[in-house]
Design a binder for this molecule. Structure first.
Ligand code: PGA
Length: 250
């Protein structure tokens, strides 16, 4: 199971040290899962020495479309790798909403991050209106087609790094409203099948669920057959909660 903790724009250095210290006390546990934390860019070099010999992996919450150059305020994939990251999250709904990031941007970032060897988590998810209007599957289809428009450039059978899709219904993020098991089963099945049909591949792309996952609801989510892991926001900032989620995944 993949257990990804998206810290978003939270934690100062001191909070991060304390949180990571609590997590690594249970490091032996993590061998059985794929545990990744995604701190802010500035915390990555601070945390790297703490975790580099543990089973916790590091990731960044975004990357630039471009390589080095005159791109004020941006961080390149090369810099992320240089800082010790093995993963990146792309197209999180907060970036799509607050930074007006489009699926075309995500697809360009994917081309960059995946070709440089990063394990890449691409987030997709419908908003409440799409869910209520019953248009969510066509919205998701569009996001997949466009965000993965570079899919065919890669041979996923022989790549050392992987592509992971995170299904994060926007209405479930930070709201305490988790999707039902039926919602998750339906959408994960849809995503896996659509990728196979549309890109004419047999490869089984891992699909993880995100949106108000916590220590209480995670066991139910892990029981679902086509769930390959979770992307956790709020509950990844509390060591006890995040550890319990990891424990529930085993
Ligand atoms: P949440 O966030 O767990 O706080 O709902 C999930 C996410 O945004 O990845």
């Amino acid at each position: 199971m993949i257990i990804a903790g998206n810290w978003k724009m939270n934690c100062l250095k001191n909070d991060a040290t304390i949180l990571v210290n609590e997590l690594i006390k249970e490091d032996a546990f993590f061998k059985e899962s794929e545990v990744i934390i995604f701190p802010s860019y500035l915390l990555i070099p601070h945390i790297y020495p703490q975790i580099y010999s543990t089973n916790i992996k590091l990731g960044a919450q975004d990357c630039s479309i471009s390589g080095h150059g005159a791109f004020t305020g941006q961080v390149s994939t090369e810099m992320i790798i240089d800082a010790g990251c093995e993963y990146v999250i792309l197209g999180h709904s907060e970036r799509r909403l607050l930074c007006k990031e489009t699926s075309e941007d995500v697809s360009k970032k994917f081309l960059k991050s995946f070709s440089l060897g990063l394990n890449t988590i691409i987030c997709i998810g419908e908003n409440l209106k799409d869910r209520e209007n019953n248009t969510y599957l066509s919205v998701l289809k569009k996001q997949i087609k466009m965000s993965l428009s570079n899919f065919e450039k890669f041979d996923f059978y022989s790549s050392n790094n992987k592509l992971i899709i995170a299904y994060e219904p926007v209405w479930a993020i930070g709201t305490g409203k988790v999707a039902t098991s039926e919602n998750i089963i339906e959408v994960h099945e849809f995503i896996k099948k659509f990728i196979k049909d549309y890109f004419k591949t047999n490869i089984d792309i891992p699909v993880i669920y995100g949106g108000s996952v916590n220590e209480e609801n995670s066991s139910e989510i892990f029981k679902i057959n086509n769930v390959d892991g979770v992307l956790v926001g709020g509950a990844s900032l509390k060591a006890d909660s995040f550890l319990k989620i990891i424990e529930n995944s085993i």
